[in-house]
Structure formats: structure tokens, C-alpha cells
Design a protein around this ligand. Structure first.
Ligand SMILES: Nc1nc2c(ncn2[C@@H]2O[C@H](COP(=O)(O)OP(=O)(O)O)[C@@H](O)[C@H]2O)c(=O)[nH]1
Ligand SMILES: [Mg+2]
Length: 294
């Protein structure tokens, strides 16, 4: 009788029949448990992830999203600026995530905004390099025109392993991953920023610091992903986008993680969590390897 049943609708020409990277959809507990069980091999250290990207890329939202996934509720700790023009994150501070009352996960996020040359805002590259080496203490307010001096009370002369940065996480706004030009007038990814990004990444590479790129705002780029986030690794458009980011900015494709940040939701969602956990696991694995190689 099966002959009379209507066949399923043909797949959209915009999505591939299979994922090119497999994610444990519907089984986020596996990745969540891995993160919950994670303990650095070296005792008494914490991994430090430096989130670097242009203002409005979604750095604060990513910290909040990780916090929301791990605590299973939407949180707003690292103030996300819904009006990019307004307040900027210029103070250096580490965000830890509570595990149980009184304990934290053994990793910390620092959020660094790329320099906006015209506006005289942001963090100069010299400071970013010093922060990567662990010389900048929490609470330091970056001066966009001059780097921290050794005499400053927030200068750390003798950084411990935990003070250093272990993974450079570049936050790239997915909907504007093309360079700013007449067709793409977004202010988020300018030529200046790309130049600085190269400089920062080169510095990280010199220090052996691994890097990861996180592509935010993905569902704005592809309606198929907007319809169903599980299409993220089936979307032809997004695959092209990742290849483009890889080709132009030089990130290996397996270091690029598309995510959807929590930004207007009031409840967490398993598929959104799965993507965020996948990026977080990538960061933890890279950081753990780096620390153990030292
Ligand atoms: N649609 C969408 N909006 C996002 C995403 N991530 C961040 N946003 C929004 O983009 C704006 C800037 O984000 P924010 O985290 O403050 O950027 P930051 O300057 O890099 O810290 C906020 O209004 C966020 O709600 C995302 O993945 N998707
Ligand atoms: Mg921010």
C-alpha cells in the first residue's frame, strides 16, 4: 500500500543531504557532561580564553550564552550592548562561570574589543600582546592610545600560568564576514580590523597560543538555518561562508565554529546549546593541549 503514500518533500536545494560535520543533536547531555567533568591535567590552574573581535560581534553575548548553557537558564552577566554605539567593554576583567554555589568551572573568559582607529576606542595591539602574556590584571581600564606601563598598579610583573591566555578566540560576526565594501556597508568588519586581527593572531602564533574562530549571528545569514538550526552543517551557504572566512583570514576550517548566541530568548534550547557546547569543547581541548605542552 506504501505506493499510495505521498513521498517526503524533496530536500531544499540549499541544503546538503548530510552534515559535513557531525554534531550530537538531541544528545547535548554528552557534551555538557564532558564540560562538567573537565578538570585541567595540571593541578590548580584555570584555562583563560581571550575573546577578541570588533564591537558588536557578540563577545559578551557568547560569554552569556556559555553561562546560560552551563547553568541551564538565560543569564545576562557580561552586559551585551544592544546599541553598539553606547557602552564598550574597555576594562579588562575575567568572567568565571559558577558551577555549584561557591565553585567555578576551571576556565575564565576575557573579552577584548578590537581597536576602532577612527573613534579612538578599543584596545591597542601592544596591550593585547601583554594581556596574552598575563601582564594585565583584572580591573585595568585600557587606554586606546597608549599601552599599560610597567609602573601601573594593574601591571602584573610575574604572571602565573593561569594569568596567561591559553586560547585566542576570534569572534567574527557571520552576517558580515565579507569585508566591508559598497555592497556590504556593515561597520563590524573593517579593513583596519582585519589588519589588526592578523597582527594579533601573529602574536598569538609566536607565543604558541592556539586560536579558534567563532562565527556568530549565523541564522541571519541563511534562512535554512533560521528555520532549523540543525541545518547549520548542511547549509551550502554557511559552508561557503566558512570556507571564505578560512581562506581570507587563514583559520583552518576545523577551528571555525558557527554559533547562535542567546540574545533575545528567555529559555535555553537544546540545539542552540549543542552548537555552543561544540565551540566550548573545542576551546577547552585546544587550551588543555597548549597548557600541557608548556
Ligand atoms: N541575531 C544575533 N544577534 C546577536 C548574536 N550575538 C550577539 N547578538 C546581538 O548583537 C549585539 C552585540 O552583541 P554583544 O555581545 O554586545 O557584542 P560585543 O560588542 O562583541 O560584546 C547585541 O544586540 C546582541 O544581542 C547572534 O548570534 N545572533
Ligand atoms: Mg561586549
Amino acid at each position: 500500500m506504501g505506493n499510495f503514500q505521498s513521498s517526503p518533500p524533496p530536500p531544499s536545494p540549499k541544503v546538503l543531504p548530510h552534515e559535513w560535520r557531525n554534531l550530537p543533536w538531541g544528545n547535548k547531555m554528552r557534551d555538557l557532561q564532558i564540560v562538567k567533568d573537565y578538570q585541567p591535567f595540571k593541578e590548580d590552574i584555570q584555562l583563560r580564553f581571550m575573546l577578541y573581535g570588533p564591537v558588536g560581534a557578540g563577545k559578551s553575548s557568547f560569554i552569556n550564552s556559555v553561562d546560560s548553557v552551563l547553568r541551564d537558564k538565560i543569564t545576562h552577566r557580561a552586559a551585551a550592548d544592544s546599541l553598539y554605539g553606547g557602552s564598550f567593554t574597555t576594562q579588562y576583567r575575567g568572567y568565571k562561570i559558577q558551577k555549584e554555589p561557591g565553585t567555578h568551572y576551571p576556565f575564565v573568559f576575557n573579552d577584548i574589543m578590537g581597536l576602532e582607529r577612527d573613534a579612538g576606542k578599543g584596545v591597542c595591539v601592544e596591550d593585547i600582546k601583554l594581556a596574552m602574556k598575563g601582564h594585565v590584571k583584572d580591573g585595568y581600564k585600557f587606554n586606546p592610545v597608549s599601552p599599560i606601563s610597567e609602573g601601573n598598579q594593574h601591571y602584573n610583573r610575574d604572571p602565573s600560568l593561569s594569568d596567561r591566555v591559553h586560547v585566542l578566540v576570534c569572534i567574527i560576526p557571520g552576517n558580515t564576514a565579507g569585508l566591508q565594501n559598497d555592497d556590504n556597508p556593515s561597520q563590524l568588519l573593517t579593513e583596519d580590523f582585519e589588519k589588526e586581527l592578523r597582527e594579533v593572531r601573529l602574536a598569538a602564533r609566536d607565543m604558541g597560543i592556539p586560536e579558534i574562530a567563532i562565527l556568530t549571528r549565523i541564522y541571519l545569514t541563511c534562512p535554512e538555518v533560521g528555520k532549523d538550526i540543525q541545518n547549520v552543517y548542511k547549509s551550502k551557504y554557511l559552508k561557503k561562508k566558512i570556507e571564505e572566512v578560512s581562506g581570507r583570514m587563514g583559520f583552518p576550517q576545523n577551528c571555525i565554529f558557527p554559533v547562535k548566541n542567546y540574545h533575545s530568548e528567555i529559555d535555553t534550547n537544546d540545539d542552540t546549546d549543542t552548537l555552543i557546547l561544540s565551540a566550548l569543547r573545542g576551546m577547552i581541548e585546544s587550551g588543555e593541549d597548549f597548557v600541557n605542552d608548556l
